[in-house]
Write a protein that binds this ligand. Structure first.
Ligand code: GAR
Length: 204
């Protein structure tokens, strides 16, 4: 079993989808072992508690630099033996320090069809506001590996979602979550865990 950490900042509906997927056996090659939030008030932390998953809060403002924050994050994960990191609504860009420590072992869910509406500044509701402004008829979600370019890593899964005439950013966000994010994130998590457990087996 691959030990998974989920990094969160907000409501944690994607975390909930992962918790449900583990219960339902969709995720079976890994186990949700730790939730880390960079926001003390994130409801995601309550979801972790309710599911009996250990959680930590790490605030960037408690550290003198981005590097120091990332070092603390790496230490927290390594202490728990974390092998795979899922960014599920984690609203902070991670730098080289962290990416090097978990190279090829970090994935992220983004609420648009990359390469549309992605990169620095495109997060949360803002993504859907921009999609509506542009007048796209189809949007969706993407799960991708995380590298040093914001939303630039290799794409693992995508799912399209129709934009409706009367959509607001909020209604569109909800539909993209329900029809795409909550489905592809657990599946991609299982896929990568399976791959990582195979390489782990080969290295024994
Ligand atoms: C989700 O829509 C996720 O795709 C997005 O934030 C939301 C978090 O919701 N992430 C990004 O925009 C990252 N660039 P949640 O906390 O309920 O999972």
């Amino acid at each position: 079993m691959i030990k998974i950490a989920v990094l969160v900042s907000g409501g944690g509906t994607n975390l909930q989808a992962l918790i449900d997927a583990e219960r339902q056996g969709v995720i079976r090659s890994g186990t949700l072992s730790l939730v880390v939030s960079n926001n003390a008030n994130a409801y995601a932390v309550e979801r972790a508690k309710a599911a009996g998953i250990e959680s930590r809060v790490l605030l960037k403002r408690d550290f003198p630099s981005q590097e120091a924050f990332e070092d603390a994050l790496i230490n927290t994960l390594k202490e728990k033996g974390i092998e795979f990191v899922v960014l599920a609504g984690f609203m902070s860009i991670l730098g080289k320090r962290f990416i090097d420590a978990y190279e090829g072992r970090i994935i992220n869910v983004h609420p648009a069809l990359i390469p549309s509406f992605c990169g620095k500044g495109y997060y949360g509701l803002r993504v859907h506001e921009e999609a509506l402004k542009k007048g796209v008829k189809v949007t969706g979600a993407t799960v991708h590996y995380v590298n040093e370019i914001a939303d630039g890593g290799e794409i693992i899964a995508q799912k399209a979602v129709r934009v409706l005439k009367n959509d607001t950013p909020e209604t569109l966000q909800k539909r993209v979550m329900r029809q795409a994010e909550w489905i592809i994130l657990p599946r991609a998590t299982e896929m990568v865990c399976k791959k990582l457990s195979k390489t782990k087996g080969e290295n024994v």
